[in-house]
Design a protein around this ligand. Structure first.
Ligand code: ARG
Length: 260
């Protein structure tokens, strides 16, 4: 991952509720700004090129850039937000992306959000049940020209796949088992060489919402055994606090749109 897009947290707040983490008025804006700056600085220290776009005051959740779409080469497959509160974010992002040379694909009209889609080796996973449904799987497969495996989520706290599954590399995945339907658990057990379970505490601490940069893993502070396991696997955990964003149901990964 060399280039990412982050969106300024200037207007980030919780003023509606669309997932169980959200409580209106819970965010400390100054602290959120500081946490976001720390994350940006850490990316830059690790050699990542961070693009920053301005926020729009009408969209308090637009700081979660990962939800906007999937980058493929110079094309951006735009999400189709499930809730009316977030739909307008796409327009602002589209403008920025188009201005920066991206080809915009907004053909998908079925509800699906970027946070549901994760790349694993030469394929993709899409989480379904909350912010995407099964009908989007064949559509994504056609667009991405890669196999797309559906993983069914059953716990509303983990409404996006990036809140309950973390791809470390082409052979290793961490996941919170209780968040998934049994058939999806079976699929992962059969296909993933090293499949490691998060504890409930780690899952609730957004451990799945981590980002790999080379041999470093940026993660929410406080998941000790996850960090130990990463070290054993030859990675360096970089703990950071993005707690203000967790109050909206988002973490490190949600604040990061990979541009390739
Ligand atoms: N409040 C936002 C929502 O519910 C949080 C999005 C977090 N994004 C993610 N990729 N998990 O839509």
């Amino acid at each position: 991952m060399k280039r990412i897009l982050m969106c300024s947290p200037q207007f980030f707040r919780v003023d509606y509720v669309i997932n169980p983490w959200m409580q209106v008025g819970s965010v400390d804006p100054l602290l959120a700004q500081k946490q976001w700056e720390n994350l940006k600085a850490l990316y830059e220290k690790l050699g990542v090129h961070v693009f920053v776009m301005e926020a729009d005051e009408h969209y308090p959740d637009m700081v979660f850039s990962a939800d906007q779409g999937i980058a493929q080469g110079k094309k951006m497959i735009m999400s189709s937000f499930c809730h009316d509160e977030r739909k307008g974010e796409s327009i602002v992002y589209e403008e920025w992306l188009a201005d920066h040379g991206w080809q915009i694909d907004r053909e998908i009209t079925e509800c699906f959000e970027g946070g549901e889609v994760l790349r694993y080796a030469d394929q993709y996973f899409v989480g379904t049940g909350f912010r995407a449904q099964s009908n989007v799987v064949p559509i994504l497969e056609k667009k991405l020209h890669k196999p797309v495996t559906e993983l069914r989520i059953i716990d509303e706290r983990f409404y996006h796949l990036d809140t309950c599954l973390f791809v470390l590399n082409d052979t290793t995945i961490f996941y919170f088992k209780d968040a998934f339907e049994s058939e999806s658990i079976r699929w992962l057990e059969q296909h993933i060489p090293t499949l490691i379970e998060f504890s409930r505490e780690e899952a609730m601490n957004f451990a799945a919402n981590s980002v790999v940069v080379g041999q470093s893993v940026i993660c929410q502070e406080g998941s000790e055994s996850f960090c130990d396991q990463l070290r054993e696997l030859g990675y360096e955990p970089m703990e950071i606090d993005v707690g203000e964003f967790m109050k909206s149901g988002g973490g490190v990964h949600c604040l990061t749109l990979e541009l390739g």
